[in-house]
Design a protein around this ligand. Structure first.
Ligand SMILES: CC(C)(COP(=O)(O)OP(=O)(O)OC[C@H]1O[C@@H](n2cnc3c(N)ncnc32)[C@H](O)[C@@H]1OP(=O)(O)O)[C@@H](O)C(=O)NCCC(=O)NCCS
Length: 144
């Protein structure tokens, strides 16, 4: 996905607001320019208010980040982003998508479960202050 400089700065703002700068601007730029990366965005009021970013390697997708600006949450933007990301991943040959989330991130877990993800394992103490839960969604049948 090609972004203008202004769109990239809007994307970075969403990243900062949702993840408190867990990725630097340079990391974000490098990731979206990686040929394996898959990015989808949503705009409202002439600016990017949400994005989902992941990768497809062989036939597996992985979601790295999904975020929606606080004032635009609970408007089904997150669900749309996830659906759009899945479609793009399928277009790149993915049959499934994995993700990892903090066990106490109730909003994200509710979104993932509503979007077809199933919990497959827990990494105890993965974060300093929380466990990580691994989810997987089947995007399409893996046999033809
Ligand atoms: C997780 C996040 C992306 C959800 O975005 P969103 O646009 O608000 O999600 P949606 O409006 O599409 O929600 C879809 C469904 O998910 C569930 N859900 C979403 N937020 C929820 C919340 N705060 N509490 C309970 N359920 C929630 C609901 O079932 C909702 O459907 P409903 O509104 O019809 O009940 C958003 O809260 C966010 O940006 N959080 C901060 C970043 C983050 O933690 N990202 C995930 C880790 S990478």
């Amino acid at each position: 996905m090609t972004l203008t400089e202004e769109q990239f700065l809007q994307l970075d703002t969403v990243e900062q607001e949702c993840f408190h700068g867990s990725w630097t601007r340079e990391m974000l730029l490098e990731e979206i320019n990686n040929p394996l990366s898959v990015l989808v965005t949503e705009q409202r009021d002439d600016r990017i208010v949400g994005f989902a970013l992941g990768r497809v390697v062989a036939d597996e997708g992985e979601l790295y980040q999904i975020g929606v600006l606080p004032e635009y949450r609970r408007l089904h933007i997150g669900g749309k982003l996830l659906g759009d990301l899945h479609e793009k991943m399928k277009g790149r040959g993915a049959v499934c998508c994995f993700l990892e989330v903090r066990s106490r991130n109730a909003a994200a877990i509710a979104l993932y479960e509503k979007s077809g993800y199933e919990r497959i394992s827990v990494r105890k103490g993965y974060y300093d202050d929380d466990d990580a839960v691994i989810f997987r969604a089947q995007l399409r049948a893996d046999t033809i």
